[in-house]
Design a protein around this ligand. Structure first.
Ligand SMILES: *[C@@H]1O[C@H](CO)[C@@H](O)[C@H](O)[C@H]1NC(C)=O
Ligand SMILES: *[C@@H]1O[C@H](CO)[C@@H](O)[C@H](O)[C@H]1NC(C)=O
Ligand SMILES: *[C@@H]1O[C@H](CO)[C@@H](O)[C@H](O)[C@H]1NC(C)=O
Ligand SMILES: *[C@@H]1O[C@H](CO)[C@@H](O)[C@H](O)[C@H]1NC(C)=O
Length: 745
């Protein structure tokens, strides 16, 4: 037995608050017009309409630490991944946020406390508050470690006691066509590592480690001998993808410049997809553009719209605590948007924020699972740019928001005022949360899940995606355990997780039926028929309509499949079928699954390879007996319990009777005279076949041919592209979940 316990995971939170706090926010000093200081920010009349936000990215090569963190090839790969993600993200933001454009080139401010040691103090002289003594050690300006070139910056001067100032550095040319200047670093900093502490309770040999993420580094660290010898160990692990902060504001406090730091080491990890890096970038960029605890208090109230900026004022209240102590973002669009999402009429008091020390720059995880602005990131396919987040940008008073790019937030949709409270999440009133410790489905139904909690959920539990092999949409998962599939699961790009206890009758009629099993998360193929309605398919079954909220039976299987309500096919527009069969199947060319029990005298249990061999021999005997071509039969297999299974369908070019006819012929022949197979030292005899089950299926199909128009052969799954993308993704900071508990041998 081997346990791993997570002690204090230095929790998986976005680093934005920490980094933003370390940055001094600069604003232009508009109170002091100086002749050679070009004003680049005050708009000229007639150009006051909001325009798409122009983000200019400036990649600064990092010379200091680059040698230490990676080989050149890795470094270049990391940089190009980061820049590709940035291009996509800035393009996306441009389509969503509009601002009053900066007129002329954007010129950033210098921090006078950096270049200047002392200022003049007489309010009656022109040099009041001007620099009287330069700082000889002045290194220029930087933003979160990124050096800002003089070309982007205002100049500076030294003022004598009397007379004209001495220009030390003139204004740079600035950056044309830019509303926000983003400095980009790809480097390695101490912030890029996360510490993870583990404890082994019994220090015997670990049989297998279940890791929540597929990070090879983590695995190696765990498997190292140190862990086996010491009862507890903390490992440092490159878990952070990126962090960002805003550095400069315009006179109305709108963010003008910031830096995003990509953690080079993690960026090259194969477990990160391009979309993961895009989502992490989007998250960080949204912080730098205003969704930040440091910036909330600068948000503007612009009742007559962005263009009439003279009517804007700084908002009196952006955050407050409700009577239970929950911190809320209380601005109007956010409150309306959340009310609409929860299906509550009117507006709410505000939208809950995650409590993170003194600041809070994320949505409360209990209410906003799947939102781009929660503190933990589970991977791009679970993350969406939701309308409540966009509403926050409208409420900032700096942006006009195009909501058409908003993605639906499924979590908590229509769940009412009580949703996501610590006091109600465990009483079973919402099926977004769970209370048992069993297996089920993650709420997006892409993955099987186990009911668990994390520090951000504060005791609430939800079905979290299983660490390994639980992705229904990953065909590779199905191939691993193809030989034994009594539940008829199908792993496919269009498969989803359903609560079900389907089981095919592969046991002999005279054996007592198996005890009934409680439903658990299983993968079956689905296709949308209309918005919110869908059909499902188990291996070998036809498409069966799955009315949301109902439990259905699947021909060929015992047990039930539960059809989730309000989760699947919500955005279906009727344009394309969810599944695209590779082959056209007519009624005559359906898929059948033939299963035969074998009795025999192998004398010992058969290994995997021996069973594969035997399956091929049985199939040969079957083909000979049936007098037809081998082309009907696909993926023969034999389970350890000696059940032979083969899929039957007729691909193009296969000559002979229809699959249905052949199937019927074969089952009749086998009933009359069992097959006898000599293989190695053993003799095997077919014992029974699934005639009862499948004749039911046949009758059903005969009476309802329309239902089977789009039958997709489970066998053809093999022909489809096998996706084996390792998706233990880690982003700005990805949750590290280690499966806690005894591992199976
Ligand atoms: C909003 O964005 C959509 C595309 O996402 C675009 O078609 C539409 O024209 C935009 N609306 C405005 C007002 O810019
Ligand atoms: C859960 O708690 C809420 C609020 O206290 C209550 O309205 C609801 O009826 C409870 N549900 C169940 C199933 O107990
Ligand atoms: C499936 O689950 C249902 C409800 O829990 C139960 O009544 C039924 O007996 C189960 N069937 C099988 C085959 O396990
Ligand atoms: C499927 O059938 C349609 C029309 O019946 C035909 O246009 C299409 O080429 C067929 N596809 C394949 C893969 O045979």
């Amino acid at each position: 037995m081997w346990w791993l316990l997570l002690l204090g995971v230095a929790t998986s939170r976005c680093l934005h608050d920490e980094t933003q706090k370390s940055v001094r926010l600069l604003k232009p000093q508009v109170s002091q017009p100086v002749p050679h200081f070009r004003s680049s920010i005050v708009p000229s009349p007639g150009s006051l309409d909001p325009q798409p936000l122009r983000i200019h990215t400036y990649y600064t090569r990092d010379s200091v630490s680059s040698k230490t963190w990676a080989r050149d090839g890795d470094k270049n790969r990391g940089v190009s991944r980061a820049l590709a993600a940035l291009r996509e993200t800035t393009g996306r933001i441009q389509g969503i946020l509009a601002v009053i454009p900066v007129q002329g080139p954007l010129l950033l401010s210098r921090d006078s406390t950096q270049y200047c040691r002392a200022v003049w103090g007489d309010p009656d002289t022109p040099n009041y508050h001007r620099c009287s003594l330069l700082n000889p050690g002045y290194q220029g300006e930087s933003c979160l470690g990124a050096k800002m070139p003089d070309a982007h910056l205002h100049g500076y001067s030294l003022w004598p006691e009397h007379g004209l100032p001495q220009l030390i550095q003139p204004d740079g040319p600035g950056v044309q066509n830019t509303d926000f200047l983003l400095y980009v670093l790809v480097t390695h900093t101490p912030k890029c590592h996360k510490e993870l502490c583990l404890k082994s309770l019994e220090s015997s040999e670990p049989s297998s480690l279940s890791l929540g993420t597929t990070s090879a580094e983590l695995y190696r660290a765990l498997a190292s001998s140190t862990l086996r010898k010491t009862p507890s160990i903390c490992i440092s692990w490159p878990a952070v993808i990126a962090y960002a902060a805003c550095c400069q504001l315009d006179p109305e406090d709108r963010p003008l410049a910031g830096t995003i730091v990509y953690c080079a080491q993690h960026l090259t990890s194969p477990s990160l997809s391009h979309s993961d890096i895009v989502m992490a970038t989007l998250h960080e960029l949204l912080h730098a553009l205003g969704f930040s605890g440091q910036l909330f208090k600068r948000w503007r109230d612009c009742p007559s719209g962005l263009s009439a900026r003279e009517h804007c004022s700084t908002r009196k209240q952006v955050t407050r605590r409700d009577k239970w102590g929950q911190l809320l973002l209380t601005t109007p669009s956010v409150s309306h948007s959340l009310a609409k999402h929860l299906g509550v009429p009117g507006a709410l008091m505000g939208a809950p924020l995650e409590e993170e020390g003194s600041l809070s720059s994320h949505w409360e995880s209990r209410l906003f699972q799947g939102s781009i602005m929660t503190a933990a990131f589970d991977g791009a396919q679970y993350t969406h740019l939701d309308p409540v987040t966009l509403a926050a940008f409208e409420d900032s008073g700096w942006y006009q928001v195009n909501y058409s790019a908003a993605e639906e937030l499924l979590w908590g949709q229509g769940s009412g005022l009580e949703f996501g409270l610590v006091s109600t999440c465990r009483n079973g009133s919402s099926d977004f949360f769970c209370s048992s410790s069993g297996l089920g489905c993650h709420y997006l139904h892409l993955d099987k899940g186990s009911c668990s909690s994390d520090p951000l959920l504060e005791g609430c539990r939800m079905y979290k995606p299983l660490a390994n092999g639980g992705e229904c949409w990953k065909e590779g998962n199905g191939l691993l355990n193809r030989a034994e599939n009594p539940h008829g699961e199908i792993y496919h790009l269009h498969s989803r997780c359903f609560l079900a206890n389907l089981t095919s009758q592969v046991l002999s009629k005279d054996k007592v039926s198996q005890p009934s099993r409680a439903p658990t998360g299983r993968c079956y193929l689905h296709q949308c028929t209309h918005k919110g309605t869908y059909e499902v398919q188990a291996e070998g079954s036809p498409w069966i309509p799955c009315p949301p909220g109902k439990a259905i039976q699947i021909p060929g299987y015992y047990g039930l499949l539960y059809c989730p309500q309000g989760r699947l096919c919500l955005s279906y527009k009727g344009t394309s079928a969810a599944t695209s069969p590779l082959m056209n199947f007519s009624t005559q060319d359906l898929l059948f699954q033939l299963s035969l029990g074998l009795t025999g005298t192998p004398g010992h249990s058969l290994g995997k390879e021996q069973r594969e061999e035997l399956a091929e021999v049985v199939l040969q005997a079957l083909v000979t007996r049936g007098g037809t071509g081998r082309c009907y039969f696909h993926s023969p297999s034999i389970t350890a319990g000696l059940v032979f299974t083969v899929s039957m369908w007729k691909p193009p070019g296969c000559e002979g009777p229809s699959t249905a006819t052949l199937y019927r012929t074969l089952t009749l022949i086998l009933q009359e005279k069992p097959l006898q197979i000599h293989h190695g030292e053993g003799i095997f005899t077919t014992e029974y076949s699934l005639t009862t089950e499948y004749s039911k299926l046949l009758t059903l199909l005969d009476h309802n041919p329309s239902m089977i128009d789009q039958l997709l052969s489970a066998g053809s799954c093999l022909l489809l592209l096998i996706l084996v993308g390792a998706l233990g993704t880690l982003a700005y900071q990805k949750r590290a979940t280690l499966q806690v508990g005894p591992s199976t041998t």
